[in-house]
Structures are given as structure tokens and as C-alpha cells.
Design a protein around this ligand. Structure first.
Ligand SMILES: Nc1ncnc2c1ncn2[C@@H]1O[C@H](COP(=O)(O)OP(=O)(O)OP(=O)(O)O)[C@@H](O)[C@H]1O
Length: 779
């Protein structure tokens, strides 16, 4: 049995459980808990050594003392019943009410009504079907070389000059940007868009160079126009006209595109580009537009706003319109803005242009790694008879809307895995994975952890940094190497607005790991600076963020992507994991799934055709992450180390009002975001199956879920705090009211803007479905 295997394979040092550990710090409750935990461990080891107590089989009833890490005298409980099997200490022999079942793994409530449950008991077991998929650690055994699918071409004939680019542009790519050959999608797109004026979809894997695939032909064509103007005796300058517009859904992505463009244009300095994305005074943007630009990168809201109010913005000569991450533009509700932009372009584009070489008609290009049916909306608004530019057209449906069956693939060299982690163990397992990832110097340089809500990002940032605001020593959280040093580290404290800190939870004495946080509710300047600091960090670094970072961003040296909270849709999954394994480089991605219905997501993971999809279990990950280093005298087992760390987090969370509110907020936002999965995936991420009591533990909470209430709502963003921008993002579709143009919500955190009433409605429905509010339900 899986459990037996796990238990019997403990590689405990011979002195494990024999050293009497003195527990210092914390309050009496924590010290008692930790001491009893150690006693429990010692007793278990002695029993095992004496052969006095057999480790029970899966499904067998276990004594109450063994159910609990913290043994307390209390009346024996009946076994849990439920749909899902329960690991380690479970039975179906004696039916229990849901209420009793939930109590089985907890201490009686403390005087203030808190509930302290064990990390290792009453966790639902993985379903058998999923367990068969792969064996733990299989990725370590698979060393077979694989051809990267998004790398530059190695074919000798595949040169930029052969694609029709001018020698000066091709030499610039080689000499200044270090690009010897085009990628497959660049070869196709450059050839097509240099030669023809037809609308197009560009669809290729993440990290395959789509940005240059549309920028190169535009720059080449505008360079040709400038030449023809000169030949005709006309000067070409920034005032000659705006020829190309590039739209992107987020400010970060717009800035990135703008910087790639500037890099290209340094070989033809007479072509001038600019950017309007909001986040700065409109006056300065207007000033820039007044001076004249040949290529403009913009977010749709801001551009629509300027088309309304900035008279100097002349779009009559625009002949290229690119919508990068086109599907995301629709998901985020930019449809109306785009409609408006296109109608203005259509209207003003009818005016005769006296520019030699300027094409008659405008070419509109839609670009994404995932182009799907909702892009139909864009097609009807903006595209006419588009051609599909994809790496392998034989894989593509005739309508040009992505691969047949809508299954998009991840880069072939990307190693994908999933971790089956019960709700209670989520936080501690995340720390274990991070500790393990950064254990060996140089293995992982940068890691991105995706979460579903901004509140959750903030909470986890503070937990992983392990400090509290200045002057709040009583609430200081120890690092995970507490057991090694025996001391609570002093030093840095974090201010509430801080977005960077030392990740004590996953740093070791030899290796420090920097931690960053990012989401759409931060001020734009903070976002820009934080992203830059993460991108340029020369130290190992972790970025905890929402999906605002999932699209298009090209951050160097990202080796590992962790989807701690599952993505809202399978397309989001591909974009998230696509932040690693870019342009032929290696990368790893891991998604956390809970045992039970979430395991059906494995089938969706397989749709992306991963080369080797590896399974991990929480115990395996915890053991790797929390086992003491070989050179350190082992005082505790990994189970104890994990438990101690969890208890410290719970104390830190529950004993300080600000932390408690933050944890509760994070928990609530997480649950709300959980309800926003696309309809097709809602059976997999089923709110009704979510064990709220267990989940609360992963937020360091000892509250009964029913008592978790947070006053007020988080302001949705710096500008969103004005209260006008709230939109509902549900089931991958904008269903909310009109967004104010040019605000800071160009990048929306679905978790942050999910309609509260709707989410609460779902929660109440769930409570009803479970036959009334038990102590573990939100009611
Ligand atoms: N021909 C090339 N040779 C080498 N590197 C390249 C080449 N083209 C692009 N790159 C690099 O590949 C990386 C990914 O490019 P880009 O961001 O355009 O990918 P993408 O396909 O748009 O990805 P996503 O779908 O995630 O937006 C960038 O770092 C870029 O500099």
C-alpha cells in the first residue's frame, strides 16, 4: 500500500526521536503542541523498533492517538466516511457524520475556538487511476535528449537575409542582438508579411519568437517606405506618419514589446516608436504623440482614450495593426475598445495617403500561442480573410483557428510534472519544493509561483519572507532553518508595501534566495520596478504572482514555474508554464493538484502533449524538502520539521491581528477565485469538493471556516481603488460592465475582481448541498 510504503521507507537517522528536544519560543500552546508531536514521534519509533505496533494497512482503523500528531485525551471517534479515500489513517468501517469526520483529525477547540489539526492525518488519498499514470521521481530517470521545439532553426539556409530582410537589418540581428537564425514561426511570418497585405493569425508555442515574427516585417516594410520616400525626394521623419499600431493586454507586455522594437530600430534610427499604456500623466503621453511616431505600442483602453481626446493622434496612415495575445484581449473585456479603435482606423484610413510605397489596405495580425474560438469576435471586428501562419499548417484546422481539437502544445523540451498535495499540506509542500529547488547551487536560478488572487500573493510573500513589519518583533516568523540554528533570525523587516525580500523559508545559510511579489493591485511604478529587479537579479530568486505575469513576458533564466493554484483555463496553463523553456532553453513546470476530482486535470495536462509527465506526491516532496542536510545532526524527522514549520506559521498568523486579517483575506480570495474556472473545468475544480477546513490550514488559519470573515474588500488596484473599474471575469469571459478607458486595470486579476455576491452565492449553495453548515463550512 502506498501509505505503508511511505511509512516504512522513512530513512530516519538512528538517533531520530531519541534526542529530547527542548522547544523554545512561541506560546504555551505551541510548545505543548511541538512537545507532544515529538513524543508522538518517539513513541512511534519505539513501537516500530519493538515491533509492538504494526503499521496499519490503508483502510484500517487506527487508534486515536495515532490519528493525531498532538495526542490529547478525548473520546474515541468513529471513522470518516466520504467519497474520497483517506490516506494513512482512514477507514470506511464505521460510518460517521460529516461533522464527526472533520473532527477526527483535530484537537478539541482551544479556549478561543481555534482548531489545530495535524498535517498528516485524514488527508484524502489520491485516486488509483491517477496513481497509475506515472511513478514518483520518474523525471530524474528520463535523460533522453529532446530536440527543442521553439529554438532558432539550425538549417544552413535559414538566415534572416534569405527571408527577405535587408542586409543591414539581418546584420543588426546577428551582430547586436546575437540572433543567428530565425525560428520556424519567424521564417513563415516574415516571408508572408513582407510579401503580402493579407490579414493573418500567427500561432506558435510560447517562447518561439512571435514578437519578432510580426515586428521584423513591419520594420522592414516601413524601412522600405522610407527608402521610397527618399527616392521620391521626400524626407522621412517621425512626422511622416503613424504606420503601425501594436496592441497588448498588459502594460508589462506592452513595455516589453516596445523595448524589443527599440532594440530593432537602433539600426534604422530614423524610424521612431513610442508607447501609450497609462500609468503616467496623459499630458506627457500627448506630448509624445504630438512630436510624431511611426510605430505605436499601446494597451487598448489607453489608445481608445487617446483616439477620443488627443486630436494630434492621426491614424489615417496606419497600415499594420497587431493584436498580441489576441485571445487574452477578448478575455479581459477589451472587445469594445478594439471595436472602437478599428472603426476609427476604418473611417480615417479612407483618406488618401500621399506616401510612396504605402500599401492600399491595412493588414491586421492576431498573435498568440493559443488562438481559440472566442477570437471569432475579433475576427468579425477586425480581420478579413485571414491566413493562418503556424509552424505546421497540417496540424491546423482549416478555419485557421488553432490546432485541430483546440489542443495547443507546450515546448517539447519543457519537463512537466504535477504534485498531488492534500489541502492541508499545500503551504508546507510549496516550501518544501522551493527549498529543494534551491538546495543545490545553480540548479534553479529563477522560479515563478502562480497564485489565483492578489491577496494570496501578499500573504504568501510575507510567510515566505518570514518577517513582520518594523517594530513587530513579537510576530516575527522564523526561517525554515530554525531547527538547524535553533534561533529565530533577526534582521530585515518588511514594510507593507515591500515587494522584495529575502525568502528565508527557502534560503539556506550558503544560498540566499530573493523573493518578489507582483499582481495587478500594486501601483504601476512598483510593478515596473519589481519586475525589473526580478529580471535582473543575479541571485537566485522567486517571483510570487498572479496571472498578470502569465502572458507574453520574457524573463531571463526562469528555470522553474510552479502553478500553486491551478489556472483558470487550460490555455492559461500553457501560457503560465511557457514562462520557462523559451527559445530552445530547458525548463521545468509543476502544478499542484489536490487528491480527488482535481486529479482529472491530469488528462488536460496530457492534451498539451508533454514529453514525460511526472507525478509527485506530497510525502515525497516534503521528505526531500524538510529532511535535514547530511552534515547536520538530525534532531527531527521531515514530518516533524514540516509540522514545526507549519505550527510556526499558524502562530505567526493567528497571534497578530494584521497577519490574521491578511491570511483570512487570502483564504477568502482564494476560494472566490476557485469558483471562476471555465465551465468545462468546473467539475474538476469543484467548489463543493473543496474541504474548507483543510484549506484554511494552508493559510495558517486555525479558524473554523464559518467564522472567517474579513471586513471590507481589497481595493482592486491603485486606480481600481477609485471603485469604477470592477469587472467580472468569469468562465474566461468578460460579463461585467463597461471598463473605464485608460485605467490601471489593463491587467486584471480575475481573483481580485470576481464578483463577491456571485462567489458567496456559490458558497452558500455548497453549504446547502452539504446538508447545512457544519463547523467546517462557510456559512
Ligand atoms: N531568432 C532568434 N534567435 C534567438 N533567440 C530568439 C530569436 N527570436 C526570438 N528569440 C528570443 O526568444 C525569446 C522569446 O521570444 P518572444 O517573447 O517573442 O516569444 P513568444 O513566442 O512571443 O512567447 P509568448 O507566447 O510567451 O509570448 C526572447 O528572449 C527572444 O529574444
Amino acid at each position: 500500500m502506498a501509505d505503508d510504503g511511505m511509512l516504512l521507507n522513512f530513512e530516519l537517522p538512528s538517533d531520530a526521536f531519541t534526542v529530547q528536544k527542548t522547544f523554545k519560543g512561541g506560546n504555551w500552546k505551541d510548545r505543548l503542541t511541538a512537545r507532544k508531536s515529538a513524543e508522538w514521534g518517539r513513541q512511534k519509533a519505539q513501537d516500530r523498533a519493538a515491533g509492538a505496533k504494526r503499521i496499519p494497512d490503508f483502510g484500517e482503523v487506527q487508534s486515536e492517538e495515532e490519528e493525531l500528531i498532538v495526542a490529547e485525551s478525548r473520546p474515541s471517534k468513529k471513522a470518516r466516511t466520504g467519497d474520497a479515500p483517506v490516506s494513512k489513517h482512514t477507514t470506511t468501517a464505521k460510518p460517521r457524520t460529516p461533522k464527526e469526520a472533520h473532527r477526527g483529525d483535530v484537537l478539541p477547540k482551544t479556549s478561543n475556538g481555534e482548531v489545530i489539526s495535524s498535517l498528516f492525518t485524514f488527508n484524502p488519498a489520491s485516486t488509483e487511476a491517477a496513481a497509475k499514470v506515472a511513478q514518483p521521481g520518474a523525471d530524474e530517470r528520463d535523460d533522453a535528449p529532446v530536440e527543442p521545439s521553439n529554438a532558432p532553426l539550425s538549417d544552413e539556409l535559414a538566415t534572416f537575409t534569405n527571408l527577405g530582410l535587408s542586409p543591414s537589418l539581418a546584420n543588426h540581428l546577428l551582430d547586436k542582438l546575437g540572433m543567428k537564425a530565425p525560428t520556424a514561426i519567424q521564417r513563415k511570418a516574415v516571408q508572408q508579411l513582407c510579401a503580402a497585405d493579407t490579414d493573418a493569425f500567427i500561432q506558435a508555442e510560447t517562447g518561439s519568437g512571435k514578437t519578432l515574427a510580426y515586428l521584423l516585417p513591419i520594420v522592414q516594410r516601413i524601412a522600405d517606405i522610407s527608402k521610397q520616400m527618399k527616392d521620391a525626394g521626400q524626407d522621412f521623419s517621425r512626422e511622416s506618419g503613424l504606420f503601425a499600431l501594436i496592441l497588448a493586454p498588459t502594460r508589462e507586455l506592452s513595455k516589453q514589446i516596445s523595448s524589443v522594437l527599440e532594440g530593432l530600430l537602433s539600426c534604422c534610427h530614423w524610424i521612431v516608436s513610442g508607447i501609450v499604456i497609462g500609468g503616467e500623466k496623459k499630458k506627457s503621453e500627448k506630448a509624445r504623440l504630438r512630436k510624431g511616431l511611426n510605430i505605436l505600442v499601446a494597451t487598448p483602453g489607453r489608445l481608445a482614450d487617446h483616439l477620443n481626446s488627443t486630436e494630434v493622434l492621426d491614424v489615417s496612415k496606419v497600415r499594420w495593426l497587431v493584436m498580441d495575445e489576441g485571445d487574452r484581449l477578448i478575455e479581459l473585456g477589451f472587445e469594445q475598445d478594439i471595436q472602437k479603435i478599428v472603426s476609427v482606423l476604418n473611417l480615417r484610413g479612407r483618406m488618401p495617403a500621399t506616401v510612396p510605397g504605402l500599401p492600399e489596405r491595412r493588414t491586421t495580425v492576431l498573435c498568440s500561442a493559443t488562438i481559440k474560438a472566442n477570437v471569432e469576435q475579433l475576427r468579425s471586428i477586425a480581420l478579413k480573410d485571414p491566413v493562418s501562419i503556424a509552424v505546421d499548417p497540417s496540424d491546423h484546422a482549416e478555419d485557421g483557428l488553432g490546432p485541430k481539437g483546440q489542443s495547443f502544445t507546450a515546448p517539447s523540451q519543457l519537463k512537466q510534472s504535477y504534485a498531488i498535495v492534500p489541502a492541508k499540506q499545500r503551504l508546507v509542500t510549496l516550501v518544501a519544493v522551493l527549498k529543494q529547488a534551491f538546495k543545490r547551487k545553480g540548479t534553479v536560478m529563477k522560479c515563478i509561483v502562480f497564485m489565483s488572487a492578489a491577496d494570496s500573493v501578499d500573504f504568501h510573500f510575507e510567510v515566505l519572507v518570514g518577517d513582520s513589519p518594523a517594530g513587530d518583533d513579537a510576530a516575527r516568523l522564523p526561517s525554515t532553518n530554525l531547527s538547524r540554528s535553533g534561533k529565530i533570525p533577526q534582521g530585515n523587516t518588511i514594510a507593507e508595501t515591500r515587494t522584495q525580500g529575502l525568502a528565508k523559508a527557502c534560503s539556506s545559510t550558503d544560498d540566499e534566495v530573493q523573493l518578489f511579489r507582483l499582481h495587478g493591485s500594486l501601483q504601476q511604478i512598483t510593478r515596473t520596478n519589481t519586475l525589473k529587479a526580478f529580471a535582473t537579479s543575479s541571485e537566485p530568486a522567486v517571483l510570487v504572482c498572479t496571472d498578470v505575469m502569465s502572458r507574453g513576458l520574457d524573463l531571463p533564466n526562469v528555470d522553474l514555474v510552479i502553478e500553486y493554484d491551478p489556472p483558470a483555463s487550460k490555455d492559461d496553463h500553457l501560457h503560465r508554464i511557457g514562462r520557462t523553456a523559451r527559445a530552445g532553453k530547458d525548463g521545468r513546470a509543476m502544478i499542484f493538484l489536490m487528491p480527488g476530482c482535481e486529479e482529472s486535470y491530469i488528462d488536460i495536462l496530457k492534451e498539451g502533449k508533454p514529453r514525460n509527465l511526472t507525478r509527485h506526491d506530497a510525502d515525497e516532496l516534503l521528505k526531500k524538502g524538510f529532511s535535514p542536510a547530511a552534515r547536520v545532526v538530525a534532531e527531527t524527522s521531515w514530518e516533524q520539521a514540516a509540522t514545526e514549520w507549519q505550527l510556526e506559521v499558524e502562530r505567526w498568523t493567528t497571534e497578530h491581528p494584521r497577519h490574521l486579517e491578511q491570511a483570512r483575506r487570502a483564504y477568502q480570495s482564494h476560494v472566490r477565485a476557485y469558483a471562476t474556472h471555465v465551465a468545462a473545468e468546473r467539475k474538476i475544480f469543484d467548489l463543493k469538493q473543496l474541504h474548507l477546513g483543510h484549506l484554511a490550514k494552508a493559510f495558517g488559519l486555525r479558524d473554523k471556516p464559518g467564522s472567517i470573515r474579513v471586513p471590507g474588500q481589497r481595493p482592486s488596484s491603485a486606480a481600481g481603488a477609485k471603485g469604477k473599474e470592477g469587472r467580472r471575469v468569469h468562465a474566461g469571459k468578460n460579463v461585467g460592465g463597461k471598463r473605464k478607458a485608460g485605467n490601471a486595470m489593463e491587467d486584471v486579476d480575475p481573483g481580485a475582481v470576481m464578483d463577491e455576491r456571485e462567489a458567496r452565492g456559490k458558497m452558500f449553495a455548497r453549504v446547502k448541498a452539504m446538508g447545512g453548515a457544519s463547523e467546517f463550512n462557510l456559512g
